[in-house]
Ligand binder design. Structure first.
Ligand SMILES: C[S@@+](CC[C@H](N)C(=O)[O-])C[C@H]1O[C@@H](n2cnc3c(N)ncnc32)[C@H](O)[C@@H]1O
Ligand code: SF4
Length: 487
């Protein structure tokens, strides 16, 4: 166990997040007395310098000492705080690298949106060379991740700019699933347990659609993209899907939208009739998600469909004219090895989807996996790194380029999720949700609206209740909360 003592500052959250990239075996202590192994970090502000020293003592013997410093750019308290945290993290990072010898390619960046820093630097008109240097020297990022973040930020900017507060995105949540996959923490009420509430849920959702539809008309906002997710939206039967689509068209002006996504998701919920309803409603992008193309893993993760069902659904959608299909996969599913991931990608290549979203497995608090963690085996960290490399290689061979990205908490190394697409098939909604420059009005149980105030550089979240029964009873309140935020 590594004891950690912070001197002259109390940035426990930031230091804790950094430590978690290397180990979970640490605890913060309030003094440096009588500890077998201790990391001490101190902050000194002197003249115009920010200095951070890190020491490692083992049984009172000094093992490592490292000093990191930077010139402060301003006396403004907020800026000084931000710069101090960077110097502290860099000093601790360099010491941790010596102790653990781990491969931590994102350097001291611990947040879930690493492209944000690139956007900030681009906003300051820095060129590629300057950005590379800052990310390498100040944030200690590996070259491969610097290029990735830079390339993604450049693609994203084509969709984000020019900023326009009048444009919004619309999200609709269908929080039902056929069964619950072991890794998942998304709103997913199984049909077996909660299916009896499906029709009441749809009625409540339509009420919210009407309420928010009126609100958006009043605000005179223009909808740029629509995303129906969940859960699994295709747990609705074709009649219910038709009613939902009808209600959306009646209450929102969808004539000029650039993109309409439905996360069809699980092949065991997709039928020809449902796909026809989506096509008729001008849905332009759907997801058919394998997660893996290995039969044994599908069973282990609790998805009640076979590999051949994925292929069948994909071909059915193609034959019905869907020309923008996304597939989601997860790297590091239970006992999967790099060669199993390669098999998944080989099978997906044969289908040639327009986009592929590659997630790295995260062990989420609200998942079955976390509840029964001792029953499972997991891929090793370096295997995960290999799997990421394999997926990048296959994406390139399939003609897919990275266009959006976020990182996962709750796993060693905080690896990344990357969305790849053919040129012209980037998902605008995914980019907007990551970069937070556009408001999202989100409807349904567990959906979180994000209202962006560009002038004030401020974002307000308006969450709907997660629980189905509460949502059904309190839907008026969900509409009202949004009205209160924006009117
Ligand atoms: C909201 S889920 C819905 C997708 C749809 N219901 C399905 O299962 O096909 C979106 C995606 O998040 C990913 N995901 C869910 N839980 C995850 C986890 N614990 N770690 C990594 N990726 C995860 C999966 O790839 C999934 O397709
Ligand atoms: S991964 Fe999809 S189908 Fe599985 S539980 Fe999560 S939302 Fe439901």
């Amino acid at each position: 166990m590594l004891n950690v003592f912070l001197k002259n500052h109390n940035y426990k959250y930031e230091v804790g997040e950094l430590l978690k990239l290397f180990t979970t075996q640490f605890k913060f202590v309030d003094d440096d007395l009588n500890k077998d192994k201790i990391l001490i970090n101190e902050l000194i502000i002197e003249d115009n310098l920010i200095i951070s020293n890190t020491y490692i003592y083992e049984n009172n013997n000094l093992k490592i000492r490292l000093e990191e410093k930077d010139v402060m750019s301003s006396l403004d308290e907020k800026i000084l705080k931000r710069e101090s945290k960077i110097v502290i993290k860099r000093s601790i990072f360099k010491v941790l690298k010596k102790i653990y010898k781990s491969f931590v390619p994102w350097g001291i960046l611990t947040g879930i949106r690493p492209t944000k820093i690139v956007h900030e630097l681009l906003d300051e008109n820095k060129n590629k060379e300057e950005i590379d240097n800052i990310l390498k020297v100040k944030y200690l990022m590996d070259k491969s991740k610097i290029d990735l973040a830079y390339n993604i930020a450049k693609v994203e900017r084509e969709f984000i700019y020019p900023l326009n507060e009048n444009k919004i995105a619309l999200y609709v949540s269908i929080p039902f699933c056929p069964t619950r996959c072991v890794y998942c923490s998304f709103p997913s009420n199984t049909l077996k347990q909660w299916g009896h509430l499906k029709s009441d849920y749809l009625n409540a959702l339509i009420k919210e659609i009407k309420g928010v539809g009126a609100l958006i008309k009043k605000l005179n906002k223009e909808i740029e993209s629509v995303y129906i997710g969940g859960g699994t939206p295709t747990t609705l039967d074709e009649k219910e899907l038709d009613i939902l689509m009808d209600s959306l068209y009646q209450n929102f002006d969808l004539n000029n939208i650039k993109e309409f996504t439905v996360e069809a998701g699980r092949p065991d919920t997709i039928t020809k009739e449902k796909l026809k309803v989506l096509k008729y409603a001008k849905v332009s992008r759907i997801s058919i998600n394998p997660q893996t193309m290995n039969e044994s893993t599908l069973i282990e993760i609790g998805r009640s469909h076979k590999v051949e069902d994925i292929v069948k659904c994909f071909n059915m959608a193609r034959n019905l004219g869907f020309d923008n299909i996304n597939m989601d996969i997860i790297l590091g599913l239970l006992k999967e090895t790099p060669s199993m991931v390669e098999n998944t990608l080989k099978e997906i290549s044969k289908l040639s989807p327009e986009s592929l979203t590659v997630h790295t497995m995260a062990i989420k608090r609200a998942s079955k996996l976390k509840e029964n963690i001792q029953e499972y085996e997991f891929s090793q960290y370096m295997d995960m790194v290999k799997m990421i490399d394999i997926s990048m290689d296959y994406a390139q061979r399939m003609g897919l380029n990275p266009y959006y990205m976020y990182r996962q908490k709750h796993m060693l190394g905080n690896l990344e999720n990357i969305g790849y697409s053919k040129r012209g098939f980037e998902c605008i909604y995914n980019i907007q949700i990551m970069e937070e420059k556009q408001s999202i009005f989100a409807l349904g149980a567990g959906a979180i609206s994000k209202i962006v105030y560009l002038d004030e550089n401020r974002i307000e979240r308006v969450p709907n209740v997660k629980n189905l029964e509460h949502y059904i009873k309190r839907v008026d309140e969900m509409i009202q909360k949004k009205e209160e935020e924006v009117l």
